[in-house]
Write a protein that binds this ligand. Structure first.
Ligand code: SF4
Length: 328
């Protein structure tokens, strides 16, 4: 049975069509020891569509904590006592300096991330416009932002100021979402993605894995992302944060993480798949295998509220693998 599904995965992956939900279920049901056969397929599919280039992106947490939403994995929710550093919107020059620093360690895309359901204050929108305009003139990186569920008019203003990509995660599959967040509806997130697509942004939307979801939920998420035709899929693995409802959740195994990446590559063969938060905590010594599993990008530097590993180690890992950071 496994030979049949892997052949199908290879053919549909190389053609760009990708597996449908039924075949994805069969793939997900393969035992862990099949991972080496699976990544032989995903390596070929990734190379066909993405070559040997790896997209490196970095972020700045431009506004931290005090979020009214209750996402169970997130240390920035006002509902949980997590002891994180909370602050209002950082001034534009600090955002631009963070982008310049990220550029020194090879990041090609830079995302301004803010906590909260949306950006509500006009002075915060002005600060973002300022930061984007300065970046446009002085930093040669793709400008991305993750700012919650924005009004179309605000999105348009940011686009006019130089914003190129918009990030908004769906987090998980629709059916599992009520276990993750009760303060807004899944459709609000879907609409945010649609609005950004409608305005012509490069849209980055994915989720977080290891919340207690089943493979069926992961397949549901991948199917929705396929339907929405997102351009890039950030893949986060839960790093349980003290004080959140998921503080005692068990990490995924490194092989399960690789299977998640492989599933996404084989369902959405032509899209960018970018491994973000929780990478080194969950994958440990199997980190270099994320590319064979299908990823063609990774976040470098620090995450929102937790430190990442030294970017020099990530660049060395790419060099050792014979892969090239895109744009360098
Ligand atoms: S994930 Fe975003 S929306 Fe959810 S609690 Fe954290 S900052 Fe708020």
């Amino acid at each position: 049975m496994s030979i049949g599904i892997l052949e199908k995965a290879l053919i549909s992956g190389l053609s760009g069509e990708g597996l449908g939900a039924d075949d994805a279920r069969t793939l997900a049901s393969l035992p862990d020891e099949e991972i080496y056969s699976i990544i032989a397929v995903t390596e070929a599919v990734r190379r066909r569509h993405k070559g040997d280039e790896v997209n490196l992106c970095a972020i700045v947490n431009a506004k931290s904590g005090l979020c009214k939403e209750d996402c169970s994995f997130c240390s920035q929710s006002v509902e949980y006592s997590t002891g994180i550093n909370e602050y209002a919107m950082r001034p534009p020059h600090e955002i631009v300096n963070a982008a310049k620093e990220a550029q020194t360690y090879g990041a090609r895309e830079f995302s301004i991330v803010t906590s909260g359901t949306r950006i509500e204050k006009d002075r915060d929108v002005e600060a973002l416009i300022d930061a984007l305009s300065s970046m446009k003139n002085g930093v040669a990186m793709e400008r991305c932002a993750s700012l919650g569920i924005l009004k179309r008019e605000t999105l348009k203003r940011l686009k006019d100021a130089g914003l190129e990509s918009f990030h908004h995660n769906l987090e998980t599959g629709r059916s599992f979402f009520p276990n993750v967040c009760t303060t807004h509806a899944y459709d609000d997130d879907v609409e945010a993605v649609r609005a950004a697509k409608g305005l012509g942004f490069h849209v980055c939307s994915g989720g977080i894995f290891g919340l207690g979801e089943a493979w069926e939920d992961r397949i549901e998420l991948a199917s929705t992302l396929k339907e929405l035709d997102v351009d890039s899929i950030p893949v986060n693995f839960l790093n349980p944060r003290p004080g959140t409802p998921l503080e005692n959740a068990k990490n995924l195994t490194p092989i399960e993480c690789l299977k998640v990446i492989a599933l996404l590559r084989l369902m959405l063969p032509e899209k960018d798949i970018v491994v973000c938060g929780g990478r080194h905590v969950n994958l440990r010594d199997l980190q270099p295998l994320i590319f064979a599993a299908g990823a063609n990008g990774m976040m470098v530097g620090n995450y929102l509220t937790t430190p990442g590993r030294d970017p020099k180690d990530d660049l060395q890992m790419l060099k050792d693998l014979g892969l090239k950071p895109k744009g360098l």
